[in-house]
Ligand binder design. Sequence first.
Ligand code: NAG
Ligand code: NAG
Ligand code: NAG
Ligand code: NAG
Ligand code: NAG
Ligand code: NAG
Ligand code: NAG
Ligand code: NAG
Ligand code: NAG
Length: 470
Amino acid sequence: MTLSIFSAVLAGASVASAAYTLDGITHYPPVNNSFNSIDAVFAASSGTNGGYYNLSTVADIDYGAYNYCNMPHVRAREYEVPTGYSLQYLEIIHRHHKRTPYASNLFPYEDIPLYCDDTKMYFYAATKNGVDTSAIWWKDYMDADNPMMFVKNGFNSTCQFPQISFAGLEDSSQHGRDLWSVYGDKIHYLPKEFDPATMIVRVTNNQITSQVAGALIKGLYPDANDFTVYQQVASQDSLEPGYTCGPADDLRSAYEDTDAWFKHLNMSQDLFTALDTISGVDPTDSGWHSWFDHYFDNLSSRTCHQLPLPCNVTNATDCITQEQAEQVFRLGDYEYNYIFRQAQNATLYSATHYGAFLSELIAHLKGKISGTISTVYRHNIAHDGSIAPLLGALQIDYLRWPGMGSEVVFELWRKNNSHAYAVRVLYSGKPLSTQTPLGVLDMVDADEFIAYLEGLVGVDGSKVREFCTQ
Ligand SMILES: *[C@@H]1O[C@H](CO)[C@@H](O)[C@H](O)[C@H]1NC(C)=O
Ligand SMILES: *[C@@H]1O[C@H](CO)[C@@H](O)[C@H](O)[C@H]1NC(C)=O
Ligand SMILES: *[C@@H]1O[C@H](CO)[C@@H](O)[C@H](O)[C@H]1NC(C)=O
Ligand SMILES: *[C@@H]1O[C@H](CO)[C@@H](O)[C@H](O)[C@H]1NC(C)=O
Ligand SMILES: *[C@@H]1O[C@H](CO)[C@@H](O)[C@H](O)[C@H]1NC(C)=O
Ligand SMILES: *[C@@H]1O[C@H](CO)[C@@H](O)[C@H](O)[C@H]1NC(C)=O
Ligand SMILES: *[C@@H]1O[C@H](CO)[C@@H](O)[C@H](O)[C@H]1NC(C)=O
Ligand SMILES: *[C@@H]1O[C@H](CO)[C@@H](O)[C@H](O)[C@H]1NC(C)=O
Ligand SMILES: *[C@@H]1O[C@H](CO)[C@@H](O)[C@H](O)[C@H]1NC(C)=O
């Protein structure tokens, strides 16, 4: 990486939360709270900071609370319509819904079988004008006659790792119905029939985003069938993101090679030892011990599907406790906030690692304002690894791990009888509160919002391209 383009300037040194400018991008630190204070994370013996990790549906009165299993999103009951404006463009990005864990997050031995016989996963190719082909779905199974069955993640399962679960498909469908309750029934923005000329649904190359799309689209448009979703070439995909940005990776590696990061891992040694003993995970496996990602995914997949916490396969009374699981969940929030918000270079990292998507968003907003594009709706189905840097670049007040179904909505409104445009950004169904000078992104002047994004990625994304290819 060429360092000459950097000019590190410390600003506002007299205030506790000093802004920090690097490569022309100003980082505003997140607010302090119990999620991002490592001492608070360890001071608590239990608790989830008001978050839910074991159900999809919370009572209306608590809707909006953090729910890792099914994050709150826009729906009619809570949605507020700005007065004196009409909606011009709607772009949504959301994390897929709940699923089985990734194969890399499976323990070496599973103490319970995981069945997915209640869903069918389709994979097939049809020609446009050639031979007829049949729809094909995969029945996954493990065979006890296969001598290798218990060598690697061998346990009785009919799931793929990952796949969207039956309950995750129900959540996806409800998500589609909730979007219709607002943008269809409430404000009559979306057309009655899906219009492929002006509406785009986009997925990543990971099949779970297509699984969500199928259920979400049916929730939104029950008559939709044989549906086209868009997918960029994986190696340059801006949504996942799949493009390479080595200098961004270098920044992140550097701030994960600091005392600030090691301190929380050191404090976690007893917890790691207890978890390893029960799971059989190799204590020297760095994938499991350089952060809490794997244990978090394994445990939350269980609790979100009301499965018991794992027990030692040779000693069924030695099980991971609710308190240990909650400690893992608090540490997961701590790590996400650190990586995407708290580290001094987190904003530059987020803005470059996710800059290609931001550049596309700028183009969509500008194109609508200048009247050069006709798209009215764009829906992107993505990952926690997409939502986190997006919120990092927008400098959310503080970041908890973006849970299943986390949704960020970009609304472009035009003031009635005027050419003035405003942007509202909703996260978890509410205007997004940031630490930037834009503050709460609630009907912010569109030019100011675009200027903020261009400050991150340059006009036409030139800055992110130069940064990533230096
Ligand atoms: C947040 O906590 C850090 C570390 O304790 C401290 O340096 C910083 O001043 C605090 N920021 C605010 C805004 O209180
Ligand atoms: C669900 O989560 C809540 C909050 O963490 C906890 O109090 C409760 O015991 C959990 N229920 C089950 C069945 O695990
Ligand atoms: C603004 O325009 C929208 C769309 O044309 C309309 O529904 C709304 O009633 C208008 N509001 C006012 C206050 O004129
Ligand atoms: C998590 O790890 C345990 C221990 O091996 C394993 O049994 C389980 O299948 C993994 N995944 C889930 C969702 O529990
Ligand atoms: C595995 O599960 C299937 C049901 O999916 C069951 O028929 C079979 O007996 C189980 N095998 C073992 C070894 O437990
Ligand atoms: C942030 O990046 C700059 C430029 O690469 C570097 O000098 C500084 O050490 C980094 N800070 C951290 C905490 O990694
Ligand atoms: C973490 O533990 C290692 C090994 O015990 C030690 O060398 C290192 O100084 C510790 N780092 C911090 C930040 O506590
Ligand atoms: C399970 O418990 C036994 C006996 O306490 C222990 O030897 C073993 O290491 C534990 N872990 C696994 C994965 O079996
Ligand atoms: C099984 O686990 C329990 C609970 O941790 C422990 O008390 C007991 O000694 C273990 N049994 C063996 C045989 O290790």
